[in-house]
Write a protein that binds this ligand. Structure first.
Ligand code: GZL
Ligand code: ZN
Length: 352
């Protein structure tokens, strides 16, 4: 009897082990590595994306959907906020009701999140913030943030302009800049605008106006049209993303003016941010945009790494910044110094 029982028990224990082992093979990460999740359950993620206003945003959404996919063991519930905070707050509340495992938030602007993030915290759902920051009284309302140092991005472009002007013997007071801003109150707008304002004060540039362009091509064009109607001496346009720059360039060329680096001879220099698409990099290669500070949108793998850590009961860094390049075509400036750090300029050749 005893032997028989053992015989029965071995296969039973074996199949229990197989069941446990089998279910542990729940998730895999982007390069196919298995992530051991408890009981191999599918990880449910509610993602509140702010909108679809730009190429950057589309690439960001694509990265999140590609990485947090069924194949990789996730169920992603995606909500597009159409650039309205109220829609994002509604989405977060829905995620809470659905009892998702994690909430990922790409906030349209920094303020106004305290109440709904408190609700998520009360529900025990970790919130991972991506891209722009949230400005909350209590940082424990979100688990961590991953994104760009927007003020650094701005500092890189204004240092590039300063070096360029210096090497070309263009005096600071002859630099007449207009700023087409991103969505007011977004971290990317706040940081990029601050870098320009500080540099204009420091170097003595003539910063004539700042107009919101909401990170879209249409608003960028409208803003540029109104600025051209008001000022006849603009020689630098600081656009806070590439889609605004595409619109501004349309307006400049429609007005019969030329974009380029040769501002001493009437060309209008365009500076921009993102560098996400080949189209934007071709604008640089064609000297239509003089300098782009890269803003990397590929947050999918970064969010997945954070979730992996949390699934293993580990604590991710509260803030993690992505490393980013500076693109130009003109070879005058090959490196810049920002806050004591050297940054190589990535020179784009036509041949690429
Ligand atoms: C930057 C992001 C900005 C991009 C724009 O991280 O918030 O929003 O620069 C996008 O293109 O619309
Ligand atoms: Zn200097």
């Amino acid at each position: 009897m005893f032997r028989k029982v053992i015989a029965v028990m071995i296969p039973l224990s074996l199949c229990i082990a197989l069941i446990i082992f089998g279910t542990l093979l729940g998730c895999r990460n982007n390069d196919g590595k298995e992530i051991e999740t408890e009981a191999g359950r599918e990880i449910v993620i509610g993602f509140s994306q702010l909108g679809a206003e730009s190429d950057w945003r589309s690439a960001n959404t694509e990265s999140m959907k590609e990485t947090l996919s069924e194949r990789n063991g996730y169920r992603l519930i995606f909500e597009d906020g159409q650039q309205k905070q109220s829609n994002q707050i509604t989405a977060i509340r829905t995620f809470i009701q659905q009892e998702v495992d994690y909430i990922v938030l790409a906030p349209v602007t920094e303020t106004g999140w305290d109440t709904v993030l408190q609700e998520a915290k009360n529900a025990g759902i970790p919130v991972i913030v991506v891209d722009r920051m949230v400005d909350v009284k209590d940082d424990s309302l979100f688990t961590c943030w991953v994104g760009s140092d927007f003020e650094l991005e701005g500092k890189k472009t204004v240092e590039w302009l300063h070096r360029y002007a210096t090497l070309k013997n263009i005096s600071p007071e002859d630099i007449h800049i207009v700023n087409i801003q991103g969505t007011l109150g977004a971290s990317s707008q706040i940081g990029r605008t601050k870098a320009l304002e500080d540099a204009a004060n420091k170097y003595g540039w003539d910063l004539m106006a700042a107009v919101p362009g909401d990170f879209t091509q249409a608003k960028g064009r409208e803003a540029m049209e109104s600025l051209l109607a008001k000022y006849d001496n603009i020689n630098v346009v600081y656009c806070e993303n590439d889609n605004e720059a595409f619109g501004a360039i349309e307006a400049i060329e429609n007005a019969g003016k030329t974009v380029g680096q040769d501002i001493a001879n009437g060309e209008i220099m365009v500076i921009s941010f993102d560098g996400v698409t080949e189209e934007a990099l071709d604008y640089v290669r064609d000297n239509k945009i003089s300098c782009i500070a890269e803003c990397n949108p590929l947050h999918g793998p970064r969010v997945q790494a954070i979730i992996e850590l949390l699934e293993m009961g580990k604590v991710p860094d509260k803030f993690s910044y992505v490393q980013e390049k500076l693109f130009a075509a003109d070879k005058t400036v090959t490196q810049i110094v920002v806050d004591g750090d050297n940054y190589e300029v990535t020179i784009l050749d036509k041949s690429e």
